[in-house]
Design a protein around this ligand. Sequence first.
Ligand code: PAF
Length: 284
Amino acid sequence: MLIVSTVPELHRALADHRAVGRSVGFVPTMGFLHEGHLSLVRRARQENGAVVVSIFVNPAQFAPTEDLDRYPRDVERDSALCRAEGCDILFVPKPEEMYPDGFSTYVSVEGLSSRLEGTFRPTHFRGVATVVLKLFLLVRPDRAYFGQKDAQQCAVIAAMVRDLAVPVRLVVVPTVRESDGLAMSSRNVYLSPDERKRAPVLYRALSRAAERIAAGERDAARLSAGITAAIMEQSPSAVDYAAVVDPLTLEPVDALAPGSDVLIPVAVRFGTTRLIDNIIVRVP
Ligand code: PAF
């Protein structure tokens, strides 16, 4: 595995793979890798001749009040994990490589970016779309891999790829969970032992909602209220939202239509830690 930090090095490393006709699978990350990231790398490994992983804690997707400075980092451990999964190129750019002096171009996916997470993090998806498009242009992957846990991120990137005709195939990989159901996230390390015990309530509440849909519940407001009530039993600091939306447009759904898919996303704060999770349910 080659570890590169500049664009010319990345291009040289990619040229060797392209010269022998290998397809390129790309996994963009912010590092502090866990099984969720590794499931993306494994899938990329299965489906491509060459695998590129990037590690870049992207300042543009953090608001000034957020956790950019304390976001967990361990590039050495991440490199070992990537090497063990058969990654070919690890791209670890410095902020000045991605945002050189005078950088002034941003990508904004309107509408989708302002719903759900966008209400609480208004500039987040502009930062995500900008860095992901730049990474796509640098790596020029055939396929790029993202986790279902960040459902809104997947929807925003899919819209950007469609609208700007970016030549990449997006692959969305199922959420990887701890044995008690908590969705894996680099931010789980922020949870105190007590918060960690309470955090699996997100997935329990989502699973209960899926059971209620299977049993015939079709009212989105009742489902959202049930999820919020179940989560509140674990005394979080706040339930930012528990919604029932269309998986592509993220528009709220009122009555669940038989045969349709609904996305049920939640965002919950335990102390200063904000957790998100979601499930997609096919309505019988
Ligand atoms: O999901 C993430 O880790 C980040 O949002 C991404 C896609 C790497 C962009 O910085």
